[in-house]
Design a protein around this ligand. Sequence first.
Ligand SMILES: Cc1cc2nc3c(=O)[nH]c(=O)nc-3n(C[C@H](O)[C@H](O)[C@H](O)COP(=O)(O)OP(=O)(O)OC[C@H]3O[C@@H](n4cnc5c(N)ncnc54)[C@H](O)[C@@H]3O)c2cc1C
Length: 291
Amino acid sequence: MEFLQPATWPEALAMKAAHPEALPIAGGTDVMVEINFDRQRPASVIDLTRIADLDEWGMDGAFLRIGAGVTYARIIDELGDRLPGLAMASRTVGSPQIRNRGTVGGNLGSASPAGDAHPPLLASDALVELASATGARRLPAREFYIGPKRNAMRKDELIAAFLVEPAKGPQQFCKVGTRNAMVIAVCSFAVALDAERRQVGTGIGSAAPTPVTAGEAETFMEGVLDEGGLWERPTAIPASALARFGELVAAAARPIDDVRGTAAYRRHALAVLARRSLTWAWDEHRSSASA
Ligand SMILES: Cc1cc2nc3c(=O)[nH]c(=O)nc-3n(C[C@H](O)[C@H](O)[C@H](O)COP(=O)(O)OP(=O)(O)OC[C@H]3O[C@@H](n4cnc5c(N)ncnc54)[C@H](O)[C@@H]3O)c2cc1C
C-alpha cells in the first residue's frame, strides 16, 4: 500500500489530483475498521492528519467554518455553546477514544445513513466545502448525501470544511440505540429552531438510504407557530400539532428492517423523538423569551 503524507493543503489537493483513487484517512475510525476487516484494500492512502488548515475553525461571514479535521471532542469543548445540536450528537458518538480521533469530516466522507453528525447538520442547513486542485465549491448538506454511504464528492476532491450558522434558537438531538453507549443509531432525529427567521429545521438519521430532512413536518410546524402567533407569545404547542409533527417526521423516513430494528419500530420511534425533541426545544425557547 502506498502511503501519501502531505504536509500542506495545496500538497494534499495535488496528491488527490494525481491519485484520484487514493483513500483519504483522517481519524481512521472508519477507514481502519474497513481495512482490518478486509472490506477495503486501497492501493494508496492519503494521510490528512498533518494538515493544520483542517484542524482550524473560525467565522466566515455569518457562518462558522469548521475544518474537516476538527474532532468530536473539540466540537463538544469548543463549540458546544454555538452549535448545541451538533455537540449533543457528538456526545453520543462512540467512546472518548473515538471522539478524540473521529472527525465530522470523516462522518461526511463515510456518509453512512446512521452517522450522528448528519441530522444536526441537515437541521441547521449546513454547507459542505469540497476542494480540488482546480478550486472549491460549497454544497448544501441537503444535496451532499446521494445514496447509502455515497456522497457528492468527486474523486479529485477532498472535504475542506463544513459551514454552519451559530444557533439562532434552541436545538436538540435524540438517538435510539440498542444500548446506552458505543452504539450505531437505530434511528435519530435533530431539530433546530431559528427564532430570527421563524424556521424549524429537521434531520433524520438511520431511517432512510441517506440522512434526510422532514420538509412537510418543517412547513407544518412553521405554519402552526406563525398562525398561532406563538413566536410572539410563546405558549405551549397544542398536543394535536405535536402529534401531527411526529406523524409527518415518521412519514418522511424510508426505513428498512435490519438487525438493529424493524422499519415499523423506526417510524414509531421517530414520531416519539420528534414530538419530544420539539417540546424540549420549544420549552427552552419559551423560558428564554420570558426571561
Ligand atoms: C468503536 C466505534 C464506535 C463508533 N461510534 C460511532 C457513533 O456512535 N456515531 C457515528 O456517527 N459514528 C461512529 N463510528 C464511526 C466513526 O467514528 C465516525 O464515522 C467518524 O466520524 C469517522 O471520522 P474519522 O476522522 O475517523 O474518519 P476516517 O475513518 O479517517 O474516514 C472516514 C471516511 O471519510 C473519508 N475522509 C475523511 N476525511 C476526509 C476529507 N477531509 N476529505 C475527504 N474524505 C475524507 C475517508 O476516506 C473515509 O472514506 C464509530 C466507529 C468505531 C470504530
